[in-house]
Design a protein around this ligand. Structure first.
Ligand code: PBG
Length: 326
């Protein structure tokens, strides 16, 4: 059968018909909302490079999560900005660290209605801004693992449902799984930032989290953007080490990697629609150069279509109302 009996436009005729045959539908419950908890803040601190986004004081995190839930988004990922930073990133695993406190408050308030994810990394907590322990100007792999293990256990103890190691140290998922199991947290899941590329799209986040490396860059631990096959090795290792969910980051310039992940692994796939992707779109929208709502829904649907089951995005809270408008 071909034209004229076949007419592709028949099912595009009305909004209802189009909706009925839409293959990939974005839903707010696909999304995860990032929250930056700032121990120094008394009020929200707007992040200049991320219009519409602020770091929050601890006492506003529950209210923010409530708004998130009202928008149909059922998961948050927490990043902490501590008062004290040191060589070892010790505030990252402090029992009364700012993220640990936030996790406890959220769990107390929302129980199982909200999934709380803790980002497990050191860059916001070290005075040099790297994701691991630094010796002789180099980020040390194995000594960092022990600290990451402590961070994950401290977050699990505070009540995190999921811990998300993002430091890109070799063996981090294995050590974290062992640490959690030994401490009695065999039900705490691991979302591994497995395919995390060294990217210029993290720029605004580093302002938000005050985590810009004070020397060098992160290329000795994050992936090179020319390498798709290497990302498969990273993901394979993490799945074998016990990752429950694997993640590709950033999302937009890495849709092929998301699709690879989906085709190769039978674990849920997450994608991180990172700060630079948010800010680019915001900037264009503020200039009147792009229709923000339509572009965001198109972008997020594209990430889902590529294979993401979950998307971490700074736009998470907007999606529900925008879906109703378009
Ligand atoms: C590192 C970390 C980064 C992001 C989240 N956790 C990136 C980095 O600085 O290397 C970036 C997120 C974003 O840009 O939105 N632990």
């Amino acid at each position: 059968m071909s034209f004229p009996s076949v007419r592709m436009r028949r099912l595009r005729r009305t909004p209802l018909l189009r909706e009925m045959v839409k293959e990939v539908k974005l839903h707010p419950s696909d999304l995860v909302y990032p929250i930056f908890v700032d121990e120094n803040a008394k009020a929200p601190v707007p992040i200049k490079s991320m219009p519409g986004y602020s770091r929050l004081p601890l006492n506003q995190v529950v209210a923010e999560a409530k708004k998130t839930l009202e928008q149909g988004v059922k998961a948050v990922i927490l990043f902490g900005i501590p008062t004290k930073k040191d060589e070892a990133g010790s505030e990252a695993f402090a029992e009364n660290g700012v993220v640990q406190k936030a996790i406890r408050n959220l769990k107390k308030q929302f129980g199982d209605e909200l999934a709380v994810i803790g980002d497990v990394c050191l860059c916001e907590y070290t005075n040099h801004g790297h994701c691991g322990i630094v010796k002789n100007g180099e980020v040390q792999n194995d000594p960092t693992l022990e600290t990451l293990q402590k961070v994950a256990v401290s977050q699990a103890k505070a009540g995190a449902d999921i811990v998300a190691p993002s430091a890109m140290m070799d063996g981090q998922v294995q050590l974290i799984r062992e640490g959690l199991d030994d401490a009695g947290f065999d039900q705490t899941a691991i979302l591994a930032y497995s395919a995390k590329y060294a990217s210029s799209f993290y720029g605004p986040f580093r302002e938000a989290a005050e985590s810009t490396p004070q020397f060098g860059n992160r290329k000795s631990y994050q992936l090179d953007y020319g390498n798709p096959r290497e990302s498969v090795r990273e993901m394979e290792l993490d799945v074998n080490e016990g990752a429950d969910i694997i993640m590709v980051k950033p999302a937009l310039a890495y849709l092929d990697i998301i699709s690879l992940a989906k085709s190769k692994f039978n674990v849920p796939i997450a994608a991180y629609n990172v700060s630079g992707e948010y800010s680019m779109l915001k900037a264009a929208a503020q200039n009147g150069w792009i229709d923000e709502k339509a572009a965001v829904l198109e972008m997020l649907t594209g990430i889902k279509r590529a294979g993401a089951d979950l998307i971490i995005t700074y736009f998470a809270k907007d999606v529900k109302s925008w879906l109703n408008q378009i």
